[in-house]
Design a binder for this molecule. Structure first.
Ligand code: SAM
Length: 225
């Protein structure tokens, strides 16, 4: 791993330690609640949440009956999720490159699993466990060079036909001092069009001049020759 990506990772440990998590919300993202039903995702399908933090979206998807697999670098974030559920942090189950924490299914909510470690170190074999995905503030948390790697990793983890939502962000003319980083529609196409069918479903502008754009994405089948 390059030293710039190590520094990037360090930044997240510091943010969680110092409570600088302005991106976090306990509530479901309105764009997720509005658009999830437009995907052809089967009931009970398992949803991957890359760079998941302790977002309220995790519980919302689990309450729709979807087992959730969240991937998060910083254990502090996952601890915070368990605390908010008033559940004790279970013992970690070590896996290659990750510590796995499971919260069992309960009435009205499917199981939630967290893999704590670096998303880029996930193994392609995990694709057997993934039926859908949801990216909010994951791609846009990464600097440009890492976004290309993220797009390829996501493609590696999705079997043909797997669908998901991804929320990108653009903002009024101001220097791009992410995170969150601006990801233009052109960059979305450049990053994903080779491996995913992309469809823009909607957008939402806030008072700070930032516009969230929600994309439906479906993994393409590999080209046959
Ligand atoms: C902007 S936050 C978004 C969190 C969550 N998706 C949300 O909507 O609240 C980005 C999260 O990604 C985590 N993260 C950053 N780099 C990561 C990596 N390489 N692998 C896994 N998680 C990572 C950070 O610790 C942070 O919690």
């Amino acid at each position: 791993m390059s030293s710039s990506s190590e520094q990037g990772n360090q930044q997240w440990f510091e943010r969680w330690r110092e409570g600088r998590i302005g991106f976090h919300s306990d509530s479901v993202q309105p764009l997720l609640a509005r658009h999830w039903q437009s995907l052809a995702v089967a009931p009970g399908a398992r949803v991957l949440l890359p760079l998941c933090g302790k977002s309220g979206d995790i519980g919302w998807l689990a309450r729709q009956g979807h087992p959730v697999l969240g991937v998060e670098l910083v254990e502090e974030a996952v601890r915070g999720w368990f605390e908010a559920q008033e559940e004790a942090l279970p013992p970690a189950a070590p896996r290659t490159n990750f510590d796995r924490f499971d919260s069992c299914a309960r009435p009205g909510r499917a199981a939630v699993t967290f893999d704590v470690g670096n998303f880029f170190h996930l193994e392609a074999g995990l694709s057997d466990e993934i039926d859908a995905f949801y990216d909010r503030a994951a791609l846009i948390a990464l600097p440009e060079a890492a976004r290309q790697r993220y797009a390829l990793k996501l493609a590696e983890l999705c079997r043909p036909g797997v669908e998901g939502l991804l929320i990108s962000v653009v903002r009024d003319e101001r220097p791009d001092e992410g995170p969150p980083y601006v990801v233009t529609d052109e960059e979305m196409q450049r990053l994903f069009a080779a491996n995913f069918v992309l469809e823009k479903l909607g957008e939402q502008r806030d008072e700070r001049g930032m516009t969230d754009i929600v994309w439906r994405m479906q993994r393409k089948a590999p080209l046959s020759c």
